[in-house]
Design a protein around this ligand. Structure first.
Ligand SMILES: *Cc1c(COP(=O)(O)O)cnc(C)c1O
Length: 353
């Protein structure tokens, strides 16, 4: 087995997808699965589709292109704010995109007409998180402008919270999305296909909501892959929380001091490190480092303490647990650590059926 490696439990992904899909369907929401944290992995995309997903979403067009070319049987939604320079390829590979700039939508329209196709647009509305989206006061004039364009079809409105600003989806901001939707539909005689209200962070709002009216889509990544909601990282009942396991190999085991000795200057990170005196300890080096994974986002399955790391080494205090050279040490990963491990070409990906 190659190390370091990421073990990926495909059955767990299938099970989480079905449980969440069924749960959100109870009030009329069809989830789309967000593949950005798994870099548009073909093996994972196919499992998501087999588990009932009909729309895959990714923030990188490169991932959508990869899934499209591999023949993944799904429609594709681009959720990263589209670049003007990639408009031609967006129309080619994505069915739908989330948009907030008229100039970009005009370019999408231009290429869609050229390709004799129609590209679908979901217009994003800013509701406080301060990432992508137009201000509510500008929605009416923007919709009016989009409706004049050929080659693009305005299929919905959307919003995204809890990503940049950590803003919680609540009855208040969700009702604002609902009332903007109602106003625009009446004003322009439209009937939107999608009201796309957010991401995994909408879990608690959804669970508590009695009436979600026209909201019918959530874009779900973290809950499927990590089995939790992302506002307080509370586990969601029945979901598998150990789908991804990082495995690293022991390359050195020595009893050494707990505090470096000699004249101390900057370390790898550019700071002067400060270590508490804990006497002699068994220090183990693992063959995994920052070039492979965000070490600070790892959580060992056993009671080890991560002391730190550098490009290609991670140093742990075994706290009395015996390890020898060649042993494997396993870790759970948080979202940023998973993103880094999936992105790193140095981590071997092992799919477990
Ligand atoms: C990342 C992202 C999502 C998915 O977020 P999760 O917390 O992983 O569910 C949804 N929508 C947009 C616009 C995103 O960027």
């Amino acid at each position: 087995m190659s190390n370091p490696r990421l073990e990926i439990n495909l059955k767990g992904i299938a099970s989480n997808t079905k449980i969440l899909g069924d749960y959100y369907k109870t009030k009329g929401i069809i989830i789309c699965a967000v593949t950005k944290v798994v870099c548009g992995s073909i093996e994972i995309a196919n499992i998501l589709v087999q588990s009932g997903i009909v729309l895959l979403a990714d923030s990188k067009l490169a991932n959508i292109k990869k899934m499209f070319l591999a023949g993944v049987k799904s429609k594709f939604l681009l959720i990263g704010t589209p670049m003007l320079s990639e408009a031609n390829d967006i129309v080619k590979y994505a069915d739908i995109s989330l948009n907030s700039e008229l100039e970009v939508i005009r370019r999408l329209s231009y290429f869609a007409i050229k390709r004799k196709t129609v590209h679908q647009i979901i217009l994003m509305i800013e509701l406080g998180d301060l990432r992508e989206g137009i201000l509510p006061k500008d929605v009416e004039s923007m919709v009016k402008a989009i409706l004049l364009l050929k080659g693009v079809n305005l299929v919905g409105l959307g919003t995204n919270l809890a990503c940049f600003g950590g803003v919680v989806p609540t009855e208040g901001n969700m009702n604002e999305l609902i009332s903007i939707t109602k106003y625009i539909e009446i004003r322009f005689d439209l009937n939107f296909t999608y009201i796309s209200a957010g991401n995994s962070a909408n879990y608690e709002w959804f669970s508590a909501a009695k009436e979600i009216e026209k909201i019918n889509q959530l874009r779900i990544g973290e809950s499927i892959f990590l089995g939790c909601e992302p506002l307080y990282r509370k586990p969601i009942l029945k979901l598998n929380r150990n789908i991804f396991t990082l495995v690293a190999e022991v390359t050195e085991v020595k009893v050494k001091a707990s505090v470096p000795y000699g004249e101390i200057a900057q370390n790898f990170f550019g700071h002067k490190p400060d270590f508490p005196e804990k006497g002699l300890m068994e220090r183990v080096i693992l063959g995994v480092g920052l070039q492979d994974v965000l070490i600070s986002g790892l959580n060992p399955y056993k009671d080890f303490e991560i002391l730190g790391g550098s490009s290609d080494h991670t140093i742990i205090n075994t706290k009395g647990n015996k390890l020898k050279v060649g042993d494997e040490v396993k870790f759970n990963l948080n979202y940023p650590a998973l993103l880094s491990a999936m992105t790193s070409p140095y981590i071997f990906k092992e799919f477990i059926q």
